[in-house]
Design a protein around this ligand. Structure first.
Ligand code: NAD
Length: 505
């Protein structure tokens, strides 16, 4: 069966109408083979306007639906996703190029967040606050914010939507999704599964969840629309830099999940076998196309040579290929040729600043001449300079030695991003220092594991040029709600706060 035929058959199982992915003008290529597997139709400005208007109306009904009932819809969505997991995970592999277990893992993450959101639908707790005034009670309640725009990146084509949508829906907010223009097929599949859940649910308002396929121009319409009080956008820092000021201009809430340049510090006491496995997964896994991929390795001089020699063995032997044809490969393709050229440019720059490059370059697959597979690259740098300071969304790991722990920490924090980080050590003081206020400046800091592979239970996101947003677990749900502070006087007097007197006769 050709890949296009397999895409047909998968989308048919989800119930996506054929005209949605066969007759459009946007060609969708699978990075696995480079071939066109579908042709989708982009939304236009009128479609966006209609979706926003419908979401606005849907909000009026959905905000009054009791949260546990809203949770019921998310439970049904989770059931649909669970039943569709093998097929949807496979479509993620076809469309984003992930290996099979990562495609399945991405759908598992969707199920996890649906479970989390279902529980949350009975736990949208407010606060009762001690009042300084007699016979007064103060409290905080959380109310739904309004329709939410969700703009997502290609590398987690469905999970990022679910982190937002599952929480937004239980919080009472309609969702309008603009997926990456590189991965519209999985979005069509998820929307079809959502519609199945809605059909079973019965009384969800029309337009509660909408899908707008298209490029940045559709995203910009959402960014600039005052009917959308929150825009949650996941993608590059360059994208965040464009939309952040536009959102600020209209005082919209921005939930920005942007780029990262994540590092690990390997200390002298580290368990090096464990570190090696963790580094390999974090740096090479997903072909370096996770926002949390490991991009910088800061290694103590005393263990540097031994660890780098072992890493080189891993880099030289890791299995690269099309996961549909060889299920045991660990590295799939880059998303497109632009990604490959950026990788090549970064490696050329690394060489120019004196870096020693091991690996890299194109990995040719005779049967897929149009696909772009790359050999993961390990780059030894004497210090942190040049391309090591920025994110290149490809499997490049810059390795730098350190002598003093404080220098390693300073090097770790000396990049403009602040997403994820980790330390390998058996020294309690180093581990605690790394997690302390004077340690890693990221949103995520791990000990004795790599920086990638987060669970949905914790808030996900990062600082500095990563954008400051938080999604998924902990109290990230508050982003989709507005806080109402109320004071109630149940006495017959009118005492004023701070002892202010204002007596009228
Ligand atoms: P990208 O910035 O090219 O695109 C992301 C999304 O933003 C797409 O849907 C795109 O159409 C849209 N977009 C781009 N410009 C826009 C504009 N001016 N207005 C509105 N929308 C616009 O990113 P990508 O290549 O799809 O994904 C890779 C990047 O995403 C990496 O930098 C990675 O680190 C980052 N990422 C971050 C997280 C996180 O949680 N922090 C998660 C995944 C990916």
């Amino acid at each position: 069966m050709t890949l296009a035929a397999e895409v047909d058959s998968l989308l048919e199982t989800f119930g996506v109408a054929r005209e949605r992915y066969r007759r459009g003008s946007r060609a969708v290529r699978s990075p696995l083979t480079g071939e066109v597997v579908a042709n989708v139709q982009d939304a236009n400005a009128a479609d966006a306007d209609r979706a926003i208007e419908q979401a606005k109306d849907a909000f009026l009904a959905w905000r009054l639906t009791p949260p546990p009932r809203r949770g019921e819809l998310v439970r049904m969505l989770g059931e649909e996703l669970r039943a569709a997991k093998p097929a949807l995970g496979r479509l993620v592999t076809i469309e984003a190029g992930k290996i099979l277990s990562e495609g399945q893992g991405e759908v598992q993450e969707m199920l996890d967040i649906c479970d989390f959101a279902l529980g949350l639908s009975r736990q949208l707790y407010g606060l009762i606050i001690a009042s300084e005034r007699p016979n007064h009670r103060m409290m905080e309640q959380w109310h739904p914010l309004g329709p939410v725009a969700v703009i997502t990146s290609f590398n987690f084509p469905v999970a990022v939507w679910s982190w937002n949508a599952a929480l937004a829906l239980v919080c009472g907010c309609p969702v309008i999704w603009k997926p990456s223009q590189k991965t519209p097929l999985t979005a069509l599949a998820v929307q079809a599964l959502y519609e199945r859940a809605v059909a079973r649910f019965g009384d969800a308002p029309d337009g509660l969840s909408a899908l707008l396929i298209g490029g940045p121009e559709i995203g910009e319409l959402l960014v600039d629309d005052v009917r959308l009080p929150l825009v949650s956008a996941t993608g590059s820092t360059a994208m965040g830099r464009k939309i952040g000021p536009r959102l600020a201009r209209r005082f919209a809430r921005a939930l920005l999940e942007l780029g990262g340049n994540n590092a690990s510090i390997v200390c002298p006491s580290a368990d090096l076998d464990l570190a090696l496995r963790a580094i390999a997964f974090a740096a090479i896994g997903t072909a370096g196309q996770r926002c949390t991929s490991l991009r910088r390795l800061i290694v103590h001089r005393s263990i540097y040579d031994g660890l780098i020699a072992k890493l080189k063995q891993v880099y030289a032997s890791v299995r690269i290929g099309n996961p549909l044809l060889q299920p045991d490969v660990l590295v799939g393709p880059l998303i497109d040729s632009a990604a490959f050229h950026k990788m090549e440019a970064a490696l050329a720059e690394a060489r120019a600043v004196g870096g020693g490059v091991f690996g890299g370059g194109r990995y040719e697959l005779a049967q897929h001449p149009e696909a772009l597979y790359a050999r993961p690259a390990l780059v030894e740098l004497p210090r942190q300079i040049g391309p090591a300071l920025r994110e290149t969304f490809a499997p490049i790991l810059y390795v730098m030695p350190y002598s003093e722990f404080d220098d390693a920490l300073a090097m770790h924090n000396a990049v403009p991003y602040g997403l994820s980080s980790s330390i390998f050590t058996a020294d309690l003081r180093e581990a605690e220092m790394f997690l302390s206020a004077a340690g890693s400046d990221c949103g995520i800091a791990n000990v004795n594991m790599g920086p990638s592979g987060a669970e949905i239970g914790g808030a996900f996101g990062g600082e500095k040029e990563t954008g400051g947003g938080r999604e998924a677990g902990s109290d990230s749900w508050k982003a989709y709600m507005r806080r109402l502070t109320s004071a109630i006087n149940y006495g017959r007097e009118l005492p004023l706060a701070q002892g202010v007197r204002f007596d009228i006769d």
